[in-house]
Ligand binder design. Structure first.
Ligand SMILES: C[S@@+](CC[C@H](N)C(=O)[O-])C[C@H]1O[C@@H](n2cnc3c(N)ncnc32)[C@H](O)[C@@H]1O
Length: 273
């Protein structure tokens, strides 16, 4: 088979499976397997490379996310290792990172660190800061460890298992979290790429989508230094509810911030001095 025939067959398979961008995805998968553009690969289109390419095409046809097939995802200023063990970093989450960086901090806690995309992005931008990332999922923490090593941040970043604050020690002037906020009855409506391939524990609280906010906001006080900030990512309909929780807990300067698409995405509050 020539490279052109392989690409045509791949596009046909992906289109038939309902993949949104069959040609773009096929080209990206080509680059995973072949070192050169597809119109310059006649000598390589056989045996193991042929099989490796169509193996990826078949996985994509089953709606495995492109980032999992490629193994990498660009987020904020870095390229993160991704896998099905941790939530794929979302562009929406860059809003939280940008807001956190608007002000100074020296010690940051990330609750539900996942791949490490938030915490490691923050530490990479602030050379004097140190941080702690916790997650209840050991599999997710393994991905965070890989990214910590990739960004060479081992000396400033501690990662460990914890059910929210349960095993957290010390105090922080910045606490960030992107907790699972999809309600259990909304899971069925998610794209196949998310529903089938993201860890369920990273998506939903198995309740109304707000229970993790209730817990984190109720328990944050001993860990947040006076004048410190709590920033939490939210789903677009949760701004008013999470804002109210933060105000009721005694935080002030509480505000809901939009993402790049203008949808509510982050609620931020500050502890009184
Ligand atoms: C929405 S993902 C966010 C991951 C990453 N921070 C990001 O923004 O891409 C939520 C994370 O919270 C973790 N998580 C869920 N329940 C938890 C709990 N009770 N304690 C700590 N982490 C939890 C999940 O394993 C998952 O990694």
């Amino acid at each position: 088979m020539t490279p052109e025939e392989m690409m045509a067959q791949a596009c046909k398979r992906l289109r038939a499976a309902g993949v949104e961008e069959p040609r773009g995805d096929a080209q990206k998968l080509w680059r995973v397997v072949f070192p050169r553009r597809y119109d310059d690969c006649d000598d390589l289109c056989n045996g193991a490379t042929f099989e490796a390419f169509f193996d990826l095409v078949e996985r994509r046809a089953k709606r495995e996310p492109m980032s999992h097939l490629i193994g990498l995802r660009d987020f904020y200023n870095h390229r993160f290792i991704v896998s099905s063990n941790a939530l794929d970093p979302r562009p929406d989450t860059e809003t939280l990172v940008a807001l956190a960086l608007e002000q100074g901090f020296s010690r940051v806690l990330d609750l539900g660190v996942g791949s490490g995309c938030i915490l490691l992005s923050l530490l990479a931008e602030r050379e004097a800061a140190t941080g702690v990332g916790v997650d209840v999922s050991e599999a997710a923490l393994e991905v965070a460890h890989q990214n910590r090593a990739k960004l060479e941040l081992e000396h400033r970043c501690d990662l460990h298992v914890s059910d929210w604050f349960q095993s957290v020690e010390g105090t922080f002037d910045l606490i960030v979290s992107n907790p699972p906020y999809i309600a259990a009855d909304e899971i069925a409506d998610l794209q196949a790429e998310v529903r089938l391939y993201e860890p369920r524990i990273a998506l939903t609280d198995e309740g109304d989508g707000l229970s993790h906010y209730r817990k984190i906001i109720a328990e944050h006080d001993p860990y947040l230094r006076a004048g410190g900030r709590l920033l939490m990512e939210i789903g677009p309909t949760q701004g008013a509810a999470v804002r109210e929780m933060m105000v009721s807990s005694g935080l002030y300067q509480v505000a809901v911030h939009p993402d790049m698409d203008g949808r509510d995405r982050v609620v931020a509050g500050r502890k009184r001095t």
